[in-house]
Design a protein around this ligand. Structure first.
Ligand code: FO1
Length: 324
């Protein structure tokens, strides 16, 4: 069996760690393989280094090295380098890069500089984190450098800032007018991405941000068509519980694109390919697009066990839809 998932950072990574845990605990599914297509719109160049927050969050979470409290960055990291950069007056200081995490960015930047693609670099990093031993392949959505920028107006007329500046420095508190994915016009799907969707037995959309994570992956040429064309059921997990994001600023992102912060409205964004939609018990009355099967259960990922149960439920919904 092969499962393909489209994922952003923290929420998606926790869900997918739950999925691999569920698979390992379920004897008849234990040899299932998982391909993760990671969002690269969050990527940013800082201090001359290419940082890929969502790919790294997936690597660290699935590889057992993430800072559990933050959900991103490395566990037990130190900040000697950033402290020295601050002493040197080097900006920006609003984005925290730990010393161990910087090792990833130095290696990635060096390998990219030697001419390797982001896919090749990600595969090397995945080896470091033992992903293939867990049956996981991590693919960037594209090898073309892309960056999500956010058009805001903080009083001096509209201007665009990098997604990370809006998300981290401004805490998404300044309303976004729109999102622009710089570089997407020349992007192509990374090797293996479209095939992983077309050949999957089940496609999963973890509870990632529908606008700036899943929405960005859907903008990669060919991805949406592959989802519409795949024989596999496409099962999504709502990132909202009772009209609020479980974490992050999905509400601010949905507002920017004029979509209500409800599980029904998020399902509507996926209506052209979605076949199953998993929502929280509190959203059991969600209206779903025609042809979509709704299920509900508690959706809060409090720990590994609850994440495994949620991921298992999403997968079982996919398997049920496949048998029909
Ligand atoms: N999020 C923060 O809120 N503050 C930070 O300083 C920060 C640093 C950071 C460094 C590396 C990394 O991989 C992720 C980091 N994040 C930080 C998380 C990240 O900004 C976002 O949560 C994601 O890009 C959204 O998916």
């Amino acid at each position: 069996m092969h499962v393909t998932a489209l994922s952003g950072g923290v929420g998606g990574a926790r869900f997918l760690r739950g999925l691999t845990t569920y698979l390992a605990r379920t004897p008849d599914l234990a040899d299932t393989t998982v391909t993760i297509i990671g969002n690269t719109g969050d990527d940013i160049t800082l201090f001359g280094l290419r940082v890929c927050p969502d790919l790294d969050t997936l690597l660290y979470t699935l590889g057992g090295g993430v800072h559990e409290g933050q959900g991103w960055g490395r566990a037990a990291d130190t900040t000697a380098v950033q402290t020295e950069l601050a002493a040197l007056g080097v900006q920006p200081q609003w984005f925290g890069l730990g010393d161990r995490d910087l090792g990833t960015h130095i290696a990635r930047s060096m390998w990219l500089g030697q001419g390797q693609s982001l896919s090749q670099v990600t595969a090397r990093l995945a080896t470091r984190w033992g992903l293939s031993e867990r049956g996981v392949t991590l693919l960037p959505m594209t090898d073309t450098p892309v960056e999500t920028h956010v058009v805001i107006d903080d009083g001096e007329g509209p201007r665009a800032v990098h997604f990370q500046e809006w998300w981290v420095r401004l805490r998404a508190a300044v309303p976004a007018q729109r999102f622009v994915v710089v570089g997407m016009e020349r992007a192509t799907a990374a090797p293996g991405v479209l095939d992983a969707i077309r050949r999957a037995d089940v496609v999963l959309l973890p509870p990632s941000n529908p606008v700036v994570s899943v929405g960005i992956i859907l903008g990669v040429p060919g991805v949406r068509d592959a989802l519409r064309g795949t024989q596999a059921p496409v099962v999504g997990v709502s990132p909202l519980v009772a009209g609020r994001p479980v974490r992050g600023h999905a509400d601010a992102c949905l507002q920017a694109i004029g979509v209500e912060t409800t599980s029904a409205a998020v399902a509507g964004l996926y209506a052209d390919f979605l076949t199953g939609w998993l929502v929280d018990d509190r959203d059991a009355d969600t209206q779903v697009p025609a042809g979509v099967t709704l299920r509900h259960r508690p959706l809060l990922m409090r720990d590994l066990d609850s994440a495994a149960e949620i991921a298992g439920e999403a997968l079982r919904l996919g398997l049920d839809l496949r048998r029909r």
